[in-house]
Design a protein around this ligand. Structure first.
Ligand SMILES: [Zn+2]
Length: 276
């Protein structure tokens, strides 16, 4: 089945991974700006990273017929440095103009600190001012529930924010409900060490229905599996779910969410007509 991975950090992956993804049915991906496994020392370090996301990765994906899109921001982990964060935020608008840049993300919280909150709010102010889509990272493990509540409370103060253009990512069983109830999209991340498994993601689709749900692999610099979305497809098939339901979650939904961005110029593959 063809699918779209809405959240995967391909800068951390090899070219062979692009080839494997293409063979597994992946047709495209979106890559949020995030931590790269180490703290960068200057705004110039981020400028080079954003160039990698907007220039090199789309080219590398294209070698295997994949379409690569991206999001720009300073991530929550490095947002602890407020001065550096503001220098990075100042350069975001020029990158938002580039082809394939879908919006501001993944912003959010890491350890739920005051500085992280300050920088999260400044990103949100920029997004609402410029009318950009937003992709939000929620914290890990014991920080996830309080961090998600903090994020949702902060978002409540943006009265002109269009909730259907915001995705709150890495939801789990204890955080998915308030995200969906407020009208946001929710991302489920399939990850071997934390977050969610294919079975737990399938449970949540069964409990909440497929609307406004996304499934992604995160595929990053840590232990992670870039082909986790096909694992979810397999899990859903083994449970007897219809191909159309599975396709909605792994293909139609990401396209519906991303099409709200002016830079999402996605060309679906031609599917040959079968003989009738
Ligand atoms: Zn991420």
């Amino acid at each position: 089945m063809e699918y779209f991975d809405p959240h995967i950090h391909m800068v951390s992956r090899t070219t062979d991974d692009y080839e494997t993804l293409a063979k597994m049915g992946c047709v495209g991906m979106s890559e949020p700006a995030f931590w790269a496994g180490f703290d960068r020392g200057s705004a110039d370090g981020f400028r080079d990273y954003f160039r990698q996301l907007t220039e090199f990765e789309p080219k590398r994906a294209g070698w295997y017929g994949l379409q690569h899109f991206t999001w720009i921001c300073i991530n929550a982990k490095e947002a602890e440095n407020v001065r550096l964060s503001r220098e990075v935020i100042a350069m975001i608008p020029e990158f938002l103009q580039l082809p394939g840049v879908l919006g501001i993300g993944e912003i959010g919280l890491n350890k739920n600190t005051r500085n992280e909150s300050i920088i999260f709010l400044e990103h949100c102010q920029l997004a609402t001012k410029l009318g950009e889509q937003v992709l939000i990272h929620t914290p890990h493990l014991q920080d996830k529930y309080p961090g998600t509540r903090m994020i949702l409370d902060m978002l409540d103060d943006f009265s002109d924010l269009d909730h259907t253009r915001v995705c709150v990512d890495h939801v789990e069983e204890h955080t998915i409900r308030p995200v969906l109830e407020r009208g946001y999209w929710a991302g489920m991340t399939l990850y071997p060490t934390s977050k969610c498994t294919p079975a737990r993601a399938a449970d949540m689709v069964e409990l909440y229905g497929p609307d406004r749900l996304l499934v992604n692999s995160a595929g990053d610099w840590g232990p992670s599996k870039p082909t986790a979305v096909p694992d979810f497809i397999f899990e859903m098939r083994m449970r007897g779910h219809s191909e159309s339901l599975i396709r909605k979650v792994v293909y139609d939904n990401p396209l519906e969410f991303f099409r709200q961005s002016r830079n999402f110029l996605f060309t679906p593959r031609e599917i040959p007509e079968t003989a009738s």
